[in-house]
Every structure is written in structure tokens, then in C-alpha cells.
Design a protein around this ligand. Structure first.
Ligand SMILES: C[S@@+](CC[C@H](N)C(=O)[O-])C[C@H]1O[C@@H](n2cnc3c(N)ncnc32)[C@H](O)[C@@H]1O
Length: 454
């Protein structure tokens, strides 16, 4: 018989690993769940929920703990800090766990980890929080920065940035959306796939399927445990992808026979979406910087049986003289700060810095510089990011049109009415979580001028 696993100990180990900030939290959680595949569905869900929740609400949990602890959270021993954070998270956000059980388990675990002299401290702090939580005074809207930081667990400097770029109301909606559960969105393939049959196969496997907005073949999936167990997934008929990413392929609008270069393609979502739209014709040259990354694209292309996708390892900042003026469509879905997908990748909000954003904006310009040479005169360049900072988005596009023979082109022919507006008419779209029904994303469509007529 299998030894009983101590779930809270696993959670503590995951949180300690996450707190080092060296690897993405979703990879750490996934790695542990893969190692303990034999755990029950509810046990796996419990681990995921406590780890994700503790991370998502870290700053708010620290604010609460610092009201009751004589030692501030940043001075605590890491084991004690993560035990307290996850304890408070369970008490405040998980009705199914009694407060007394949370305190007892945390004390037991502190002892097991060798912190005998701190068991009284752990017990005292958690019991005080349980008793007095209702009377904690949180910052009010009259102190907007502190309020948004504590209530939505966003670092102060990021709150200040969002306030500057988007104002209070929009920022609050965006932060609220970051804390909501992000749905699993899929795209059903268009070419050679019977959409109705795919929907029926999903329903037969008891998956709840709901239409997602903006894109015809986009759906939300609920009530499934393990994606690879779904026939539609194994057959390569569906692809997990947020609607914002699907919009890139809609806006690229490939025509049969087109040659498309995707400079930063891994794991391949947009490349494969475009390849599907090419209906088995043309070619998508899907590139990325490392073998690990290109293997991800290959894996996805093979599962979905795409024959018009060629995968290559290439650094997009280096010139590829063989590709000069060859592409009908060039996709630069560049590495970015990822602030639009904090709802899916929580650690971004704790790990990104203003200097990091500046560095990324410079890297994006370097990639655009090379990209500019691969497009046929009259061809299309799509620039996209999953972030919301002006310097990585519209400011880069303005810089690009000032220095290279490109002009913005309206997105309206490719978008549903709901997404059309002033900027889409001009040629770009900034999607914001909480305002739009998808991740935060930026897409611009640029046409290479046939003559350099500045
Ligand atoms: C936003 S992700 C791409 C997502 C992908 N387009 C999709 O839809 O699945 C950015 C990618 O850029 C890649 N990247 C970073 N620096 C690069 C470089 N210098 N050259 C090529 N790819 C690079 C990263 O490995 C990462 O896979």
C-alpha cells in the first residue's frame, strides 16, 4: 500500500520553491502533481488551490499577518512565513477547512520541520487572525495606491504604473480580473475537422462546453480533470489557447498558399492557428531561440498532424539573409513582460521590474529591426505581446513606423463589432482583462510599403 502523503507538507515544499523566484510557479505545481499522480482528484485540487491562492494573495496575507505578528513577514524564517501565509489563506478563502484544523496542522508541520520553539508563535498568530479578522482595518480608496496594492495584492510600483497608464477605475477592474479564475479556452480546428462532432465528443466525455466571445471557433471548457485524456485533444482537433491569441491569426488573415514566418513561435499556438487557416497549403516557418522551445512546437505540430509547418531553431535578433523579402506575413509575437497574463501566471507580478520592462522593450525593437527585412513589399507584419505597457506596445509600433517603411492598417475587417474602436481603425488593439473577456494582449497590423516614400 502507498504511504499516506502529507498534503500540507507538499504544499509547504511547493511554496518554498516558488518563493525562491527561480522557476515559474505553474511549472513547480505541475511538476509536483505529476510526481504524485496517484493522489485523488480532490487532493490534487486542494494542493493547486492553496498554492495558487497563497501566491495570488501574498501581499494581502502579509498585510494581515503583519497586524498580528511581532516579527514582520519579511524577517520570518521562510518555512514559518509560508506556513502562516498558506494558513491564513485557507482560513479566509476556503470555507471547507475549519480554522482549528488549519492551526493544528500548521503547528504540527512547524514541529516536524524542527521549529519546536516557534510552534507557540505559529499557533498564537493563526488563532488571533481567526478570531479578529473581521475587525482588520484595510486601506481605503482615499489612499488609492495602498488600497489597490493590499486589496488586490499588487506590488506598489506596479499599482503606480497601472494608475498612470489606465487610471483608477480601469486598474481596479484589471486587478480584480487577475484574481478571478482564468477559464480554459480552446480553439476547434477549422480545416478537415467537423466542429459538431468535436463538440459531441467533448460532451460525451462529460466536459461542459460554452461558447467564448470574439472568435467563431473559440470555446470554454469546464469540468474536466486531465486534458490529454480528452479524445478531441488526443486527436489534435482542439488547441488550448486564449481568445486574445486566436485574434492574432484572425488579424493576420492568411490566404491559401501564403508563406508565413513566425519569429518567436514556441509553444506554437499562433503558428498552428495560422497553419490551420492555410488549409494544408503554403508554409509556416515556426522559429524560436532554443531546442527546448522548438521541441514544444514540434510536439504540438505532430499531435495536430500539421504538414505545412516547418520548425527551426533561430535567434530572432540575428539577421537571416535567406529570408529577405520572402514573407507574405511576418509574425513577431515577441518576448514581453507578460503583465496581461498575471491572472494565469501569478509570479509575473512579483518578479518583473521596471528595468526588466525597459530591457524587454529594447529586445523587442531589436527583433522588429530584423523582422522588417523579411516581409515582401506590400506584405503584412503582425506585432503582438501579452502585455499592457505602452513602451512595449504602441510606443514600439510608433518607433517602428518612424524608422522603417511600414504603416498601420485597420484591424476592423477582421474583428467583431464589439472589439472595434478608434485604435482598431488605426491599426492596433489593446485588450485588457476585466474590460475585455480575455487576457491582456496587444496586436498591431502593419503593411510594408511598396515604395520607401518618406
Ligand atoms: C510570447 S512567447 C511566444 C508564444 C507563441 N507565439 C505562441 O503563440 O505559442 C515568446 C517566445 O519568444 C521566444 N524568444 C525569446 N527571445 C527570442 C529570440 N531572441 N529569438 C527567437 N525567439 C525568442 C521565447 O522562447 C518564447 O517562446
Amino acid at each position: 500500500m502507498m504511504n499516506k502523503v502529507n498534503l500540507r507538507e507538499l504544499i509547504l515544499e511547493i511554496l518554498l520553491e516558488i518563493s525562491k523566484g527561480e522557476r515559474h510557479s505553474h511549472l513547480i505545481i505541475r511538476g509536483t502533481l505529476e510526481k504524485y499522480q496517484y493522489l485523488e482528484k480532490q487532493e490534487r485540487a486542494f494542493i493547486t488551490r492553496v498554492c495558487e491562492g497563497t501566491l495570488e494573495y501574498r501581499l494581502r496575507l502579509d498585510y494581515i499577518l503583519n497586524r498580528y505578528s511581532t516579527v514582520p513577514t519579511e524577517k520570518m524564517k521562510p518555512v514559518i512565513r509560508e506556513l502562516l501565509r498558506s494558513g491564513v489563506y485557507q482560513m479566509l478563502y476556503m470555507d471547507s477547512v475549519p480554522d482549528s484544523a488549519v492551526c493544528n496542522e500548521a503547528v504540527k508541520l512547524a514541529r516536524k520541520k524542527g521549529f519546536y520553539n516557534l510552534t507557540g508563535f505559529v499557533n498564537g498568530v493563526l488563532r488571533k487572525v481567526a478570531r479578529e479578522y473581521g475587525s482588520i482595518r484595510f486601506p481605503q480608496k482615499s489612499q488609492p495606491v495602498e488600497y489597490l496594492s493590499v486589496m488586490y495584492s499588487m506590488p506598489i510600483w506596479l499599482v503606480e504604473r497601472f494608475l498612470k497608464d489606465y487610471g483608477f477605475e480601469k486598474s481596479e477592474k484589471i486587478f480584480e480580473a487577475f484574481l478571478e479564475e482564468s477559464p480554459t479556452t480552446i480553439r476547434i480546428r477549422e480545416h478537415l475537422v467537423d466542429k459538431q462532432a468535436v463538440l459531441e465528443s467533448l460532451e460525451k466525455q462529460k466536459v461542459l462546453v460554452e461558447k467564448a466571445p470574439y472568435v467563431e471557433n473559440a470555446y470554454y471548457l469546464k469540468n474536466y480533470d486531465y486534458l490529454p485524456a480528452l479524445e478531441a485533444f488526443r486527436m489534435g482537433n482542439i488547441q488550448v489557447q486564449d481568445v486574445s491569441s486566436m485574434l492574432v491569426a484572425e488579424i493576420a488573415d492568411p490566404r491559401e498558399g501564403d508563406y508565413v514566418i513566425d519569429l518567436c513561435a514556441a509553444p506554437g499556438g499562433k503558428s498552428l492557428c495560422i497553419a490551420d487557416k492555410l488549409k494544408g497549403t503554403g508554409r509556416v516557418d515556426a522559429r524560436d531561440i532554443s531546442r527546448t522551445k522548438t521541441d514544444l512546437i514540434r510536439e504540438n505540430a505532430i499531435r495536430q498532424n500539421f504538414l505545412n509547418v516547418v520548425v527551426t531553431e533561430k535567434d530572432a535578433t540575428e539577421l537571416d539573409s535567406e529570408a529577405l523579402e520572402k514573407a507574405d506575413i511576418l509574425l513577431a509575437d515577441v518576448p514581453c513582460s507578460g503583465l496581461g497574463v498575471i491572472g494565469r501566471k501569478t509570479d509575473i507580478k512579483y518578479n518583473i521590474s521596471q528595468a526588466g520592462i525597459q530591457e524587454l522593450a529594447a529586445l523587442q525593437r531589436k527583433i522588429l529591426e530584423q523582422a522588417s527585412t523579411y516581409v515582401k513589399p506590400g506584405g503584412t507584419l503582425i506585432y503582438s505581446t501579452c502585455t499592457v505597457t505602452p513602451e512595449e506596445n504602441i510606443e514600439n509600433v510608433r518607433w517602428f513606423t518612424e524608422h522603417y517603411p511600414y504603416e498601420l492598417e485597420s484591424l476592423d475587417p477582421y474583428l467583431c463589432e464589439e472589439l472595434r474602436g478608434e485604435t482598431t481603425k488605426e491599426g492596433y488593439l489593446q485588450l485588457l482583462p476585466g474590460i475585455h473577456h480575455c487576457d491582456g494582449f496587444f496586436i498591431a497590423r502593419l503593411k510594408r510599403k511598396t515604395e520607401w516614400n518618406r
